[in-house]
Design a protein around this ligand. Structure first.
Ligand SMILES: [Zn+2]
Length: 107
């Protein structure tokens, strides 16, 4: 059973069940086994989405690595015409999430 307000999966029993996310009171009872099945299904879906996002992140990281190895920096960032070199961008936090190694251990 899902919350009618926020569609969070409800787990509990009794005549009144409260949603832990939005605190809405729900009528009826919930059965733990269907709730577990729903959670397992959502967990599998989220794991799949995470795996896809990690793959995209790796690919994007590789594209940025390629771009950085084949160019010197960004033209037009400094309004005085100077080139903003990649090293300068990294040192000055323009690429604050930059990490030379794209490998994530939480795949
Ligand atoms: Zn809710």
């Amino acid at each position: 059973m899902r919350c009618s307000e926020c569609s969070n999966i409800l787990i509990g029993s009794g005549s009144a069940v409260y949603c832990v996310v939005c605190k809405a009171q729900q009528r009826g009872t919930t059965n733990i086994l269907p709730a577990i099945e729903l959670l397992q299904s959502e967990n599998a879906s989220l794991r799949q989405q995470l795996a896809e996002a990690l793959e995209k992140n790796k690919a994007m990281h590789q594209q940025l690595c390629d771009l950085m190895s084949e160019s010197r920096g960004v033209a037009g960032l400094h309004l005085n015409g100077d080139l903003a070199e990649w090293g300068w961008l990294v040192e000055n936090e323009w690429l604050s999430l930059w990490d030379e190694s794209p490998e994530a251990d939480n795949a």
